[in-house]
Design a protein around this ligand. Structure first.
Ligand SMILES: NC(=O)c1ccc[n+]([C@@H]2O[C@H](COP(=O)([O-])OP(=O)(O)OC[C@H]3O[C@@H](n4cnc5c(N)ncnc54)[C@H](OP(=O)(O)O)[C@@H]3O)[C@@H](O)[C@H]2O)c1
Length: 264
């Protein structure tokens, strides 16, 4: 049986860093790198080597996740790491996005995490790890990133419950909660909305977040938080009223929800 890792959203940012780290693990024989853009995946393969098998798939489409399930049953594999990393956000108010755009974000950030996980668990054994990428945005509601923060709260809560439910199988599930990271996230998130997100405190590198996430998963932790700043925000979110934290967020972003936004 071939020991493999599956990494979604592998073509850039945090996902690419996960591929680089897992690539160095001698016990992993193949990495299934999933994303939509085949050119970027080819570039990744050229940089990382033969271990990487590229799968061009749109994970917001359930039928493509069924194809992944078919591939697993056609190959003699054992999954050692599943990293559900593909996801995106929009800096937008509820009415800046169409119904289709809103639902697409939820399909990827929530439904794909559940569907890929349930598809992969039957191919995992004792000692295997599921790593689901949530966000610092999961700690509290974030107006003007409303769907994103709600979707990441789902991922965090779901993953921590899953970790308990998987105890008897010896599989761990880790929710990773990064703060802002320097990646392509911003080019997809910024749609030039009238009320825009413009302050990005505590920016960190995806490489450091990925390293900490793998180390925490290997230790069997159900939560992975990188950096002092994000840890302090996590503690504050537990101690302070959410209304106060939401107010701080709006203040930080220079957004007054009671005034008419200036058109850009
Ligand atoms: N950057 C931040 O500040 C930040 C902070 C906290 C959490 N996060 C989370 O970290 C994760 C990785 O994001 P990132 O920062 O590395 O952003 P990124 O550089 O934009 O990477 C997103 C990855 O997801 C893939 N992807 C997007 N839509 C997809 C789809 N429908 N099907 C399959 N793959 C898809 C993209 O590849 P293709 O375009 O080729 O499909 C890309 O590989 C996300 O879950 C994000 O929410 C990011």
């Amino acid at each position: 049986m071939k020991k493999i890792a599956i990494i979604t959203g592998a073509s850039s940012g945090l996902g690419r860093e996960f591929v680089r780290i897992i690539n160095k693990k001698k016990n992993i024989q193949e990495i299934w790198a999933v994303a939509r853009n085949q050119d970027k995946l080819d570039k990744l393969k050229a940089q990382t080597g033969e271990k990487v098998r590229t799968l061009s798939m749109d994970l917001s489409d359930l039928s493509q996740i069924e194809t992944l399930g078919q591939m697993l049953s056609d190959n003699d594999v054992k999954i050692c790491y599943l990293i559900n990393n593909a996801g995106y956000g929009k800096f937008a108010s509820y009415d800046d996005l169409s119904v289709e755009e809103s639902v697409n974000m939820l399909n990827l950030n929530i439904n794909a995490v559940v569907a890929v996980g349930l598809t992969c668990i039957p191919y995992m054994c004792r000692g295997a790890h599921i790593i689901n990428i949530a966000s610092q945005a999961s700690f509290q509601p974030l107006p003007y990133m409303n769907l994103y923060s709600a979707s990441k709260a789902f991922v965090r809560n779901y993953t921590r419950s899953l970790h308990i439910e998987l105890k008897d199988s010896g599989i761990t599930a880790t929710a990773v909660c990064p703060g802002w990271m320097k990646t392509d996230f911003f080019s997809r998130a910024d749609i030039g909305a009238a009320r825009n997100i413009s302050s990005f405190l505590g920016m960190s590198s995806p490489e450091k977040v990925a390293k900490k996430a793998i180390a925490d998963a290997d230790r069997g932790k159900d939560l992975s938080i990188y950096s002092l700043y994000v840890n302090i925000c996590h503690i504050c979110s537990k101690l302070l009223p959410q209304k106060f934290i939401i107010h701080c967020w709006l203040h930080q972003q220079h957004i007054d929800p009671y005034s008419r936004p200036s058109q850009q």
